[in-house]
Design a protein. Sequence first.
Length: 339
Amino acid sequence: MTNPSRILSGIQPTGNIHLGNYLGAIRNWVGMQNEAECLFMLADMHAITLPYVPAELRACVRSTAAYYIACGIDPDKSAIFPQSAIAGHAELSWILTCHTPLGWLNRMTQFKEKAGKHKDNASLGLYSYPVLMAADILLYRATHVPVGEDQKQHLELARDIAGAMNRFYEQELFPLPEPVIMKQAARIMSLRDGTKKMSKSDESEQSRIHLSDSNDAIATKIRKAKSDMLEGISYDLAARPEASNLLSIYATIQGISIDEAQATCGALNFSSFKERLAEALIAHLTPIREKYHLLMNNPAYLDGIMHDGISKARIIADDHMRHIKEVAGFYSASHDRKW
Ligand code: AQP
């Protein structure tokens, strides 16, 4: 990362956090807390772009906050807050919407994947989701955004929108945000199909490891993970997507490179390698799960953390939003009292 000054990222509170969210996003946030000012939102406004149950969403905001902390986000260093608590996300999103050509949104592949065959029934919110994501980032003038590989296209759109706004209003309203995508584990794949991303919305529970999974569940899911008929364990994304995915998970969890993992595990058969991988995952995830349960027993503490996070985020957001509205030509009582 070159000269980061402010980092923004977040996860949708739409269900159980999985290994992809952890390795692709949260784990990377932890080390960044000492390098820059960090804002980690709970993206509840994004969560309503697909059908949802309000009471479940509210509960999930708190449990996702607990996961952030259990995974190593330090609330004394970083702001943890629900996106919907800061009005600027919606306000800026509308302004950006009016500066985003439809053609730019038509290119977004995630909309096509999430809307599926029934595109006409998908909500306008799902379609304009990347504009809200741009607003999340630009509202705080974030310089760096750590994301998994799947969000790269949305980040590029946020940069394009920032550039368009700066040109239209003839001033540097927003820095162009840089994506921070880790070289390793940027895309954790489904345990059932090494060509599909591990995802909360995959119908098969066996396709993903949840951070809440028991040790037995982790061991069973890894044992049943799809493998191939080739000898040994090697990293070859095209020919061996499943072996490559498991090797990449192992390397990342152990904090070693894929080459190192291949050197130590290459000669094993699938069954022994899976045993080793399950042991490594259990050792890594057990303390996170235990801390998560402790935190969930103290909802008042979690609510206090979010309350503080909202206050920190609001100071930055309100100040910037006031400026943006003024530049955009919106009426302000302090400008024209004759009105
Ligand atoms: N499989 C993955 N590998 C690496 N990173 C991943 N991320 C998600 N899946 C993987 C990263 O997690 C962050 C938050 O994602 P999100 O929950 O806000 O939305 P998502 O990307 O849509 O995640 P899911 O699990 O796939 O949810 P659903 O199924 O609800 O759509 C992002 O930084 C993302 O890159």
